[in-house]
Design a protein around this ligand. Structure first.
Ligand code: FES
Ligand SMILES: [Fe+2]
Length: 382
């Protein structure tokens, strides 16, 4: 049973000092795409309820600092990158990548050596910039050999626009294969009560392995990695060949928004026109706007065409399901059953960890198999 000190409500508050916030700060999270930060660029990101400044020094190295200047609190991301430092827009103080103040140009008796702001570990990997917002030292950086092999196709990294609901709704959705048979049924040409998998989950050294069994088909294997990562194969988009390995992070922006960030390795049809960039951020939140319109009754889902609108329809369907539960779902009213084994398991893993944290015990050390995990599409067995 859940100890009274930890409840489902603790899963959703992610700011500094909250239980889930402290827990999430034990892990690396993707903050933006590498291609969004050229040399001498700077940008502000809201992640885990905190604004950070990311900048790329003239050496090419990425640095991450809190977004508040120590002088009078202006956003550091407004400043200028000089060498490996950033100079504040307001009165020109400069800070290095470790957060040390290096210059106070207007001070006759500069006291820069006594001024420091928070700096965060940052690392680039597979087209993404990752940050670690917790206490030093940062944990070992997890790698994903499943996506590293260039012979497996092109790397495509994408960061979706924030969706206005709590990240844990999206985490729960990803350990729920049953929803595919309903929420996405038109995409798969299904009707009525189709093809519901016999769904089971098994606890692993990294989180959960989920297995969906359907008559006449191979098992679909997907993986949940603590605290907010899914690894699975996804069906091909236009001009892509075969199912592709995919990693997706559900990153809390704040308590009321989350962002999905994903990396895929895809084989392309060699006859198809080459696309000019492999990295993109969804700058419009069209999927969110359409989901909002459908939830408000201003539009119907069947106004989208499963073929023509293929690029957005799955995201719209998931957004309807997540946003439709409310900005922060009230889980006390849920009626869970056998088919919710994934949801039950992921809540239990999380609550066990938060309870350990609340009681001052060590949390678990999650580890991945050295070669990665096996994932399967679950497509028809011929
Ligand atoms: S607020 Fe940054 S230098 Fe004054
Ligand atoms: Fe979905």
């Amino acid at each position: 049973m859940t100890a009274p000190d930890v409840s489902l409500n603790d899963l959703v508050h992610i700011g500094p000092g909250t239980l889930a916030g402290r827990y999430l700060r034990q892990f690396w999270h993707p903050a933006c795409l590498s291609s969004e930060l050229n040399v001498k660029d700077k940008r502000r990101e809201l992640i885990l309820g905190e604004y950070i400044t990311l900048y790329r020094g003239e050496s090419g190295q990425v640095h991450a600092l809190t977004d508040r200047c120590a002088h009078r609190g202006v956003q550091l991301s407004l400043g200028w990158v000089e060498g490996e430092r950033i100079r504040c827009f307001y009165h020109g103080w400069t800070f290095d990548g470790a957060g040390a103040c290096k210059e106070q140009p207007a001070e006759p008796h500069a006291y820069a050596a006594r001024v420091k702001i928070r700096a965060f570990a940052a690392r680039e990997y597979l087209g993404m910039i990752f940050v670690y917002l917790g206490e030093a030292p940062a944990p070992a950086f997890p790698t994903y050999p499943e996506l590293e092999n260039e012979a497996d196709g092109e790397l495509i990294a994408a960061a979706r626009a924030p969706v206005p609901c709590n990240f844990f709704q999206r985490v729960e959705n990803a350990v729920d294969q049953v929803h595919v048979a309903f929420a996405h049924r038109d995409v798969f040409g299904l009707e009525g009560v189709p093809d519901i998998p016999d769904y089971s989950v098994e606890e692993t050294s990294y989180g959960l392995c989920a297995r969906g069994k359907r008559p006449g088909k191979a098992d679909r294997l997907t993986h949940f990695h603590m605290p907010n990562i899914n690894i699975m194969q996804v069906p091909p988009n236009k001009d892509e060949l075969g199912w592709a390995p995919n990693i997706v992070w559900r990153v809390p922006v704040d308590d009321h928004h989350h962002r999905s960030v994903n990396i895929r390795r895809v084989k392309r049809d060699p006859q198809a026109p080459q696309i000019s960039r492999n990295y993109e951020r969804t700058t419009t939140d069209r999927q969110v706007e359409i989901a909002r319109a459908i939830l408000d009754g201003r539009m119907r889902l069947d106004q989208l065409d499963p073929i023509k609108d293929r690029a957005i329809i799955v995201a719209v369907q998931d957004n309807i399901a997540q946003m439709g539960q409310g900005v922060i779902a009230n889980r006390q009213n849920d009626h869970l059953g056998r088919s919710d084994v994934g949801v039950i398991a992921v809540r239990r893993l999380w609550l066990d960890e938060l309870r350990a944290l609340a009681q001052g015990h060590a949390t678990r050390q999650w580890t991945r198999p050295p070669g990665g995990v096996e994932m399967t599409s679950g497509a028809s067995v011929e």
